[in-house]
Design a protein around this ligand. Sequence first.
Ligand code: MG
Length: 205
Amino acid sequence: MNRPSKIVCVGRNYLEHARELGNEVPERPLLFFKPPSALVADGQPIELPPESKRVEHEGEIAVIIGRTARRVKAADAWQHVAGIAPLNDVTARDLQKTDGQWTRAKGFDTFCPMGAMVPIDRIGNRDALEVICRVNGEVRQHGRVSEMAFDIPTLIEYISGVMTLEPGDVIATGTPAGVAPLKPGDVVEVEIPGVGILSNPVQAA
Ligand code: MG
């Protein structure tokens, strides 16, 4: 896998997920990074670090940048997208709460499984994209892009107004409600219908 220069993530982009953690949807997109060193591919294990007692899945729709984007307008945003992939924004929920800053909670090695990208021109209806997360075959999360507080073009405009997005960079667009803890032996799947399924086993580090 080619390593992106950055993985830009969006927090609290689905109302029901924001509420399940006791938050509201922010007025502006809430951005944070995951380090590219956290990436693992389909089939590779998610390792639960000893520093956390509560590691949770967050199934998400990832946008992969295809053309350099700097201060791009939402209306032009899709021209800068190479494709879509399923992504799991694995999170140490306890450390997220105690640290304040999310870098450690979101940044452990193996905390960013990402599946194969499907080129954007092979995706029929971009406005109908959905993400489903299953653990051991049981559906835990199901969200649609129409439920996002900030849609994908708006996110690209906002993020590219801050930092230059380079080809290969990843935007993780936020997770719907239903996040829950993972334990060793679980298998987590993130599916984007029409794009593919990302599947990762969970093990102790
Ligand atoms: Mg997330």
